[in-house]
Design a protein around this ligand. Structure first.
Ligand code: AMP
Length: 114
């Protein structure tokens, strides 16, 4: 059996997180190494390793996650705008093999990314 990812351990309540939202399908918590005044990670409770591992049947879940992100941005008062980032694979900078959406806001964000 492969080892649990750190995010699966958070879902299972084995390690603490600063949770800002939870429902039956997903969990949102503050990133421990924030890159902006607001930096929240939104993750599905279903174990999906990356965006590349999303199945066609996950489309409703992906839609749900985006609705949650939209609502969180409002709750967290990111009315000036925000960025949603999914790092995928080594070249994408993914370090945790559990699909996660970075919700970043609270300052102007430059483009292009590094
Ligand atoms: P990525 O590089 O896209 O895979 O993003 C992984 C993110 O998870 C990074 O921004 C880390 O700071 C964050 N992270 C790692 N461990 C934890 C944790 N225990 N609680 C909250 N965020 C974490």
């Amino acid at each position: 059996m492969t080892e649990k990812t750190i995010f699966k351990r958070i879902i299972d309540g084995e390690i603490p997180a600063d949770v800002v939202f939870e429902d039956e399908h997903c969990l949102a918590f503050r990133d421990v190494n924030p890159q902006a005044p607001t930096h929240v990670l939104v993750i599905p409770k279903k174990e999906i390793a990356s965006l590349d591992a999303v199945a066609d049947e996950d489309a409703p879940l992906m839609g749900h996650l985006h609705r949650v992100i939209r609502d969180l941005a409002r709750t967290l008062k990111l009315e000036e705008g925000y960025r949603v980032v999914v790092n995928c694979g080594p070249n994408g900078g993914q370090t945790v093999d559990h699909l996660h959406f970075h919700l970043l806001g609270g300052r102007p964000l430059s483009w292009p990314p590094g």
